[in-house]
Design a protein around this ligand. Structure first.
Ligand code: GDP
Length: 364
């Protein structure tokens, strides 16, 4: 009452609304206002482990609006100190090898050990027609119902680099929210494995039994990247075939150079469906983690990855800057035609565009 007597203009509380205003509208306004979270709100919420706020922050990361991006960057910056105790595991393998069944099984196993698990994905095709690999299939049904599991489909994006960046930033947010075990699933399309490799501590390659030829099917580089190879579907009539495959991969790995981590890759068999061999794989991940933390490779790799992302971002930023330049856009169209018609050589044409861009920069 006294405040109304004072009629203080600075009073912005709900009481300051004139009585003629519909109270529902007042509530709506206040709610809307409340929902517009500040960076601090986001950070506090994430650190408290609030899943809704975490999801909303990831949505900011995935947004292409500049204001969202700016906010997302501030949130990520504040979340950076919380990634010390996490373990990031990349999981790859050809479609149908059983990746999601495996993550479901391993995820349940890890949750039973009182850990919190986040499952992220990189699917560079998600922006085209297929939708996200985790989003449109009813996968990981049981895991997704667990309160200690957080499953987020692959972000959409026009380039693998863009998709990978968003996933990497999402990892940092999930870690700050207490999800200390991060799985990053990739579709086996060749390039996305490299992107995932640049953001995880360990890389697990799932294989199918009856391999032999399989080794040819998977690019050598990907086998080299793997810290753990797991021959899945070692169940029913396929157990012997899985064991054979394990032997062949073990032999093949002998020929490979020693890993920089100092920990040799291991080959195991498992059945994601029957949940056998899963505990052994988890144990191996923990041992790898222990060893590489002890010999410091774990930290070295993370630092190198941070540098890699710094340069990636600079590269992408510069490219963006270049291709969005109106003058360049116009001239590029003409130059592309000239190159296609054989009237210009590509190198000299590229030089012209770059010089044009740099001149413009030094003019301004
Ligand atoms: P993804 O495409 O790699 O994610 O593979 P999915 O997890 O979707 O599995 C592909 C198919 O393999 C499904 O029909 C699964 O039921 C089956 N599958 C997955 N893991 C196993 C396993 O350990 N044993 C057997 N027999 N089938 C499996």
């Amino acid at each position: 009452m006294s405040s109304s007597k004072n009629n203080n203009n600075k009073d912005h509380s709900s009481k300051s609304f004139p009585s003629s205003v519909n109270p529902d509208a007042v509530q709506y306004f206040l709610h809307k206002k409340k929902k517009k979270r500040t960076v601090e709100d986001f950070v506090k919420g994430i650190i408290k482990g609030d899943r809704i706020i975490l999801s909303q922050a990831i949505t900011l990361v995935e947004s292409s609006r500049l204001s969202d991006q700016n906010k997302a960057q501030k949130i990520i910056e504040a979340c950076l100190p919380y990634s010390e105790n996490s373990v990031r595991i990349g999981i790859t393998g050809i479609p149908g090898v059983g990746k999601s069944t495996f993550i479901e099984a391993l995820g349940q196993h890890v949750i039973a050990k009182k850990k919190k698990v986040a499952v992220l994905a990189i699917d560079p095709s998600s922006s085209v027609t297929k939708g996200s690999i985790l989003g449109d299939k009813t996968r990981m049904n049981d895991l997704s119902l667990k309160k200690n599991a957080f499953i987020r489909p692959s972000p959409a994006g026009s380039s693998l680099g863009g998709v990978a960046r968003k996933t990497r930033e999402t990892i940092l947010l999930c870690e700050a929210a207490g999800f200390e075990t991060i799985f990053v699933e990739t579709v086996g399309v060749g390039q996305s494995e490299t992107a995932v490799h640049s953001m995880v501590d360990f890389f697990l390659l799932l294989l199918v039994p009856g391999a032999g030829d399989e080794l040819q099917g998977i690019k050598r580089g990907i086998v080299e990247m793997a810290d753990i190879l797991a021959v899945n579907k070692a169940d029913g009539g396929q157990i012997d075939a899985a064991k054979n495959a394990r032997r062949e991969y073990r032999n093949a790995l002998h020929l490979m150079p020693l890993k920089e981590s100092g920990v040799n890759p291991k080959v195991l068999i498992c059945s994601a469906m029957e949940q056998t061999g899963i505990a052994e794989i988890w144990k191996l991940i923990l041992i790898n983690q222990q060893l590489t933390r002890k010999n410091k490779f774990f930290y070295k790799k993370r630092k190198e990855q941070s540098l890699f992302w710094l340069h990636e971002q600079i590269g992408n930023g510069l490219k963006d800057f270049f291709y969005k330049n109106e003058k360049i856009k116009k001239r590029l169209e003409e130059i592309e035609k000239e190159v296609l018609e054989g009237r210009r050589n590509s190198f000299n044409a590229a030089d012209e565009l770059l010089n044009m861009f740099l001149d413009k920069k030094s003019d301004s």
